[in-house]
Design a protein around this ligand. Structure first.
Ligand SMILES: [Zn+2]
Length: 139
């Protein structure tokens, strides 16, 4: 069992990731995600932009071009099939980040599943909400 107890995923970020998945369809869309981790909660609220090449068989990107320590999670689309990690996905999950989202076509929020480093489905502990808005209101 990993230490992932609670995840807050910014709803606006998820919206834009789903939109990007739709735009890239039928190619796969891949993104690295940033945020913060404390003892209780992993918060994901930003996009780490990285050059990558998409094809219908997967996304190829340059791992060396990002500071991998900043990567809290990943997001990628499955243009065909279910939001279930492939063998390659599981290898990537182990190397990079703590929370991994997979969105399957047609990229609606209910077609997104979340996994931890070991490929365990952690969707039940993920709360999608507008984190950025709340911060702004507290200022
Ligand atoms: Zn995949």
């Amino acid at each position: 069992m990993s230490g992932v107890k609670r995840v807050e995923f910014d709803a606006r970020l998820l919206d834009s990731l789903l939109e990007a998945s739709d735009k890239n369809h039928p190619d796969e869309f891949f993104a690295m995600l940033g945020g913060s981790i404390d003892a209780e909660t992993i918060t994901i609220d930003s996009l780490i932009v990285v050059p990558f090449e998409a094809s219908d068989s997967g996304a190829i990107f340059d791992l060396l071009s990002v500071h991998t320590c900043d990567v809290i999670g990943t997001f990628h689309s499955h243009p065909y099939g279910d939001p279930v990690p492939s063998e390659d996905d599981l290898m990537l999950f182990k190397r990079l980040g703590a929370v991994h989202a997979i969105a399957a076509y047609p990229y609606t929020p209910d077609r997104v599943e979340f996994y931890d480093k070991s490929g365990r489905n952690i969707t039940p502990v993920v709360e999608v909400r507008y984190t950025a808005d709340e911060e702004a209101n507290n200022r």
